[in-house]
Design a protein around this ligand. Sequence first.
Ligand code: AHG
Ligand code: MN
Ligand code: MN
Length: 335
Amino acid sequence: MNPNRNLVTLDEFTIMQTRQFSQATGELSTLLRDIGLACKFINKQVNKAGLADILGAQGAVNVQGEEQMKLDVFADEVLINVLKNSSDCAGIASEENDHFVAFDDEHSKNSKYVVLFDPLDGSSNIDVNASIGTIFCIYKRVSPLGQVCTEADFLQKGRNIMAAGYVIYGSSTMLVYATRLGVNGFTLEPSIGEFCLSHKDMKCPEKGKIYSINQGNWSKYDDHIRNYLNFCMESDQETSRPYSHRYIGSMVADMHRTLIKGGIFLYPADKSNANGKLRLLYECNPMSYLIEMAGGMSTNGHDSILNLQPTELHQRVPVFIGSKQMVEQLQSMLS
Ligand code: AHG
Ligand code: MN
Ligand code: MN
């Protein structure tokens, strides 16, 4: 019998890419596989979220005497556990933890990489069954091997990212990741429990017709942002305006659409939040790296997000990200 091998799994794909480089050791492939594994556990739990009241609400105790966890905490713990057991991760930093976690066993002390993540993005959408996600990025550590990793390993510019991506728990579950070699998307094939290559060499269109922002914050935005939003709503046949407005409120879901269809996603500073809401290390850097590798662009209004030197783990930053021409247009209106 001739096995139908049209499907390429995430693991097979990353190994094939590694083979193109004689110096590559395959450690990144292992890490991506492990992140994929953690996200399959998270996916299983996300799929059951609507049954929380039946299976036991958050805080309730189940038949095994275990307390039911909030989904963000569950996702955080799964990622930490899987990465701790991984052969190539020296430590992690996560939106859910005040401090980074350095893995202190002998093997981890000699591991080259650190992983940063937002374990569950868009958590306010869980209750309404809208798409949510996990965002991650991987850096080579800067501290010496043989010791536990340090904060400096995590406070690196987005430019130094080795790989970044997200998993979207949506109408299907997808893992999309970027390296210098490009951006590729893998859809979870439930019958074999594997992420399989479905979106090869993804490119963000140069221009799109959608702007994505929490426009309810209008009264808190400054005049530059309001001018830009007026521009988006104005009619102009040549530039296909007015643009459509779409906002899910899950960065992963809004960015997945932006990557595929083109458009611009904005989370600006406002009167109540001088630096906006989104976190540089766990949300903006990974998404900016991915969108740049797909030909798009990302800025805080002045500089490329990837050029910002982080000063603290949970730092927030205004972000404007998406189709290159649209971000350039916005940037020209902000100065
Ligand atoms: P998280 O669930 O990880 O805290 O992130 C939520 C974020 C992001 O996903 C989304 O783009 C943004 O919050 C939405 O914020 P607003 O509700 O203020 O628009
Ligand atoms: Mn988030
Ligand atoms: Mn989160």
